[in-house]
Design a protein around this ligand. Structure first.
Ligand code: ZN
Length: 232
């Protein structure tokens, strides 16, 4: 089965000179907030099989709207998901699809919108809307855009400053995409409760002289590390 391709467009460019930071308010910049959400999405969507993800950016980057939709179109994405933070005096969450979008895109919007609202992070559901935005119009695949709260609203800004809330917002996006595409979790990905049982081994040195190995082991033991020597 061909892998599904999901293009995640993290809105705006970045926090550096000459870049578009997006909306600004309450000590927050949109470019940074959506980047953090995007990094959680990357981890969470990575737990599913038969899916490939491409990000418009995973850092600060000059990248026009046209470059974004071109990239997604050339790549042959199945879905285009653009993530933004609102501004201009309002509160809550809303999502957008293109005015002329068909049933498939509506179903995509329904899935993602309801999963995000279901996380109960936002105090208001502003609804599923339609708008003639470049990224919705020029992308060839089912495309939607989320506006995750208002950066210039105190209540929403407090949400956007909370790491745990951003993780929930990311999870809503991922669960919506997974439901719409019918994605399944990779068999080896276990619930977080059992992750603590994973064992990570760290090797600090390899020596041909056993005496040197013993010395390093003694040094580490002194510092409180559990050590053992393995002959290979
Ligand atoms: Zn924006």
């Amino acid at each position: 089965m061909a892998k599904k391709k999901v293009y995640i467009d993290l809105g705006h460019e970045g926090d550096l000179k000459g870049m578009d930071p997006g909306a600004v308010g309450n000590g927050l910049k949109e470019c940074n907030v959506v980047l953090e959400i995007g990094k959680y999405i990357k981890d969470m969507l990575g737990e599913y099989e038969n899916v490939e993800i491409k990000f418009s950016r995973l850092g600060d980057k000059n990248f026009s709207l046209e470059q974004r939709t071109n990239e997604a179109n050339v790549w042959g994405a199945d879905l285009y998901l653009s993530i933004h933070i609102n501004a201009g005096g309002g509160i809550g969450f809303e999502s957008y699809i293109y005015p002329g979008a068909g049933a498939k895109t509506q179903a995509f919007q329904n899935a993602v919108h309801s999963k995000i609202i279901g996380k109960k992070v936002f105090t208001k559901d502003r609804g599923k809307k339609r708008a003639n935005f470049h990224v919705l119009r020029e992308s060839k695949m089912a495309a939607m855009l989320t506006e995750n709260g208002f950066i210039d609203n105190k209540t929403d800004a407090a949400i956007l400053k909370s790491r745990s809330k951003l993780i929930l917002i990311a999870a809503g996006h991922v669960e919506g995409v997974a439901e719409f595409l019918g994605l399944k979790k990779k068999p080896e990905s276990k619930p977080t409760s059992s992750n603590s049982e994973k064992l990570y081994k760290v090797q600090v040195g390899a020596f041909s002289d056993k005496g040197n190995a013993d010395n390093l082991a003694a040094e580490l033991k002194k510092k409180g590390y559990q050590t053992y020597i393995v002959q290979e």
